[in-house]
Design a protein around this ligand. Structure first.
Ligand code: DX5
Ligand code: ZN
Length: 225
């Protein structure tokens, strides 16, 4: 089973002095998902932004799908605020909450989609009990905290593991790859079975953003043939 591929630009790498314009460029070039990285300076060694920026992104792209990745402890405490800000999907880290099932239900009870993110050194097996309840697994392909890091190659084995479980159990959660994704690996990742691709620096760091988006799209297209 191959789900329709989705590119989710991470605004962490955007130019915040013109965030709205950069999001509109994405929308004008067929991007439907916007990835928002929330960092608390505790779970990860960096602080990014909170619900206000998600709300701004939502305003810039009312029809967009706001994919919110919480790299924070106590995610339950903030679910409401991100839902109000316009999140369509919220992912929590398996390593950041002691009651993963409750955290996922808190999100689903708000009527939006839920995801679970997994760090590179966390066994994929840890999310198996929750897979039938969620819409997305965020497979971290870098250690979370910063954009622009090098892709970790063992991610491929982890994609295979998840794809096998998904097939066996006839589930349909998306597999999102987050970190170090760009023209060099997007098509290999799609072939390996991933379907949702976060791209921060490879999109917003490009000289020509529309051209880079088209390039990533055509690489995904060639991956299907
Ligand atoms: C890492 C974040 C990523 C990051 C991706 O902690 O979760 O979403 O912004 O950035 P790039 O694509 O630059 O690796
Ligand atoms: Zn992310």
């Amino acid at each position: 089973m191959h789900l329709q591929p989705i590119i989710a630009p991470s605004i962490l790498a955007a130019d915040f002095t013109k965030l709205g314009d950069q999001i509109k460029i994405c929308a004008d070039n067929g991007i439907t998902w916007i990835h928002c990285d929330i960092m608390d300076g505790h779970f990860v060694p960096n602080i990014s932004y909170g619900p206000m920026i998600v709300e701004a992104a939502r305003k810039a792209y009312p029809a967009g799908f706001m994919d919110v990745h919480l790299m924070i402890y106590n995610p339950d405490q903030y679910t409401d605020a991100f839902v109000k800000a316009g999140a369509d999907l919220i992912s929590v880290h398996v390593e950041a909450t002691p009651h993963l099932h409750r955290s996922v239900q808190n999100i689903k009870n708000k009527g939006i989609q839920a995801g679970v993110a997994v760090n590179p050194a966390t066994p994929v097996q840890q999310v198996v009990p929750i897979l039938s309840d969620i819409d997305l697994v965020v497979l971290m392909s870098v250690n979370p905290g910063f954009g622009g890091q090098k892709f970790i190659d063992t991610t491929y084995e982890r994609i295979h593991e998840l794809v096998e479980i998904r097939q066996k159990r006839k589930l349909n959660f998306r597999i999102e790859i987050d970190g170090g994704v760009g023209p060099d690996n997007i098509s290999a990742l799609y072939k390996a079975g991933a379907d949702t691709f976060v791209a921060g620096s490879s999109i917003f760091g490009a000289n020509n953003i529309p051209l880079r988006i088209q390039e990533l799209k055509s690489l995904l297209h060639s991956g299907t043939t």
